[in-house]
Write a protein that binds this ligand. Structure first.
Ligand code: ATP
Ligand code: RIB
Length: 299
């Protein structure tokens, strides 16, 4: 079983021809509302591929909350620790351009209230898990606390430092087994340039030197770089017609976690995740674009 200690959001996706200028009103061709949030996305991708998933998260006390809970249930995810908060649910207005590029605003809402106490409440269930997956749409203190708990329980942690937070204390996350930023997150966290593959490698190397065992940097259509103390691999992405890349990183991490949990090697897990994420960008929406195990044939 995989524990996802993380966020959930309602994605309000507007497909645009271009961003409006300040003060301008502009018509957009299309809109889609769906369940999102990096934690929920990763949980749903893993569950659709067959993993048993425990979600530790906070929703608000609004209509969005009911929908989010039902979505977890529909995907077979345990909602025992989907906790309600007297505030709004997290929302994410997203703008997708014709080029498939996206811009995202996030309003944390209830996610900002997921606390170390909530993680403690779920401790018994978390202890049954083989992996813990986290992102940075919840308070940093909760992330640090969960890493300490994982160390105590001997459970490996996958940390996706998204959205990038320059306050992330590298010392407190150094015991994570897997660290998965995209290239811009890597740049912001290390304060190093990430324009070329060489620079990306140098920045990833810095994290390995800090003690993180495996740094896996997703590079969009360029694929992925995996670095550990002993190995370096660059895997290309699959050549597809991308229509909407929203949540591609989450598809990657959800599939990566499911693959590790199912017993695949690190290298095969990265290969499967690359394929799964590339498939997700050929479809619109966030979770709508995540295939189930029956819908996808891994090469
Ligand atoms: P997001 O923030 O939108 O969830 P991200 O920036 O975290 O995404 P990316 O590095 O853009 O993540 O993409 C993750 C993975 O998705 C890549 O490693 C690749 O496998 C796949 N991918 C993304 N964009 C493309 C593309 N245009 N063509 C093929 N594969 C892609
Ligand atoms: O990674 C994509 C996700 O980022 C979206 O679902 C949105 O909710 C934001 O959290």
């Amino acid at each position: 079983m995989i524990a996802v200690v993380g966020s959930n959001m309602v994605d309000l996706i507007t497909y645009i021809n271009r961003m409006p200028n300040p003060g301008e009103t502009l018509e957009a061709p299309d809109f889609q509302m769906g369940c999102g949030g990096k934690g929920a996305n990763q949980a749903v991708a893993a569950a659709r591929l067959g993993a048993e998933v425990l979600m530790v998260t906070r929703v608000g006390n609004d209509n969005f909350a009911k929908n989010t809970r039902e979505n977890f249930e529909a995907n077979g995810i345990s909602t025992q620790f989907v906790l309600e908060t007297e505030t709004t649910s997290g929302v994410a207005p997203i703008f997708v351009e014709k080029s498939s590029q996206n811009s995202i605003l996030i309003v944390q809402g209830a996610n900002a209230h997921l606390s170390p106490k909530d993680v403690d409440a779920a401790r018994e269930e978390i202890a049954k898990c083989s992996l813990i997956v986290m992102q940075l749409e919840i308070p940093l203190e909760t992330v640090y606390y969960t890493i300490e708990l994982a160390n105590e329980l001997g459970i490996p942690v996958i940390l996706n430092p998204a959205p990038a937070n320059p306050e992330l204390d590298l010392y407190r996350i150094a015991s994570c087994e897997y660290f998965l930023p995209n290239e811009s997150e890597l740049g912001l966290i290390t304060g190093m340039p990430v324009e070329t593959l060489e620079q990306i490698e140098e920045a990833a190397q810095l994290l390995v030197e800090k003690g993180i065992k495996n740094v896996i940097v997703t590079l969009g259509e360029k694929g992925v770089l995996c670095l550990s103390a002993k190995n370096k691999t660059v895997l290309p992405a699959f050549n597809v017609d991308a229509v909407d890349t929203t949540g591609a990183g989450d598809a990657f991490i959800g599939c990566f976690a499911q693959s590790l949990d199912a017993g695949f090697s690190l290298e095969d897990s990265v290969k499967r995740a690359t394929f799964y994420a590339s498939d997700s960008v050929t479809k619109r929406g966030t979770q709508y674009s995540y295939a189930t195990a029956e819908e996808i044939s891994f090469p």
